[in-house]
Design a protein. Sequence first.
Length: 202
Amino acid sequence: MEKGYQEQLITVSYQREWVEKAQNDPLAFRHLYDSYFSRVYAYVSYRVGRIQDAEDMTSEIFLKAMEGITRFEWQHENSFAGWIFRIAHNTVNDYYRKNNPVDEPLSLEELPELRASVLLPEDALLRKEKFAQLRRLIYALPSRRQEVILLKFFGGLRNQEIATILGLNERTVASHLSRALVSLHREYINQSNRTRGKEKIS
């Protein structure tokens, strides 16, 4: 997806200001879009996998957010993040209910182009390969733990916001998160050992 902007990290005070402006002027919503695009797009990409679906769905999510911004009520510093990711969560779930897509292997050309991060390297090709690997590991988890991991590390949400979105309590979210990280680490080690074993054989 073409992104002709630089992601803006805005302070809580500025974020609240832009929310209030966007509720009266749709053009002001672009500041919130710029600030949240990368996180929402990464979350959706890991949920759906295919670049075209991720792009279409991310556009739909921000359109819903812009249309519904007048109904949003600011409660605390993470309330907007929780609100927009609830829209993202529900939009992806609706997509799966309506389309029942088959989780099949995708070519590198079909995978989304995500920016470099702590989890993804600088090289574009390696990013796509790492994305595919991470997605396979995450999708080996039970569905609830998948959601917790994606909302935590790609949505950047706190346990409280995740609990609200998923209808859980914070202790349950923390438990899912801990167990998911243990499972991911174990499977990553196993996968690495299998890869080294194949290299030795060859």
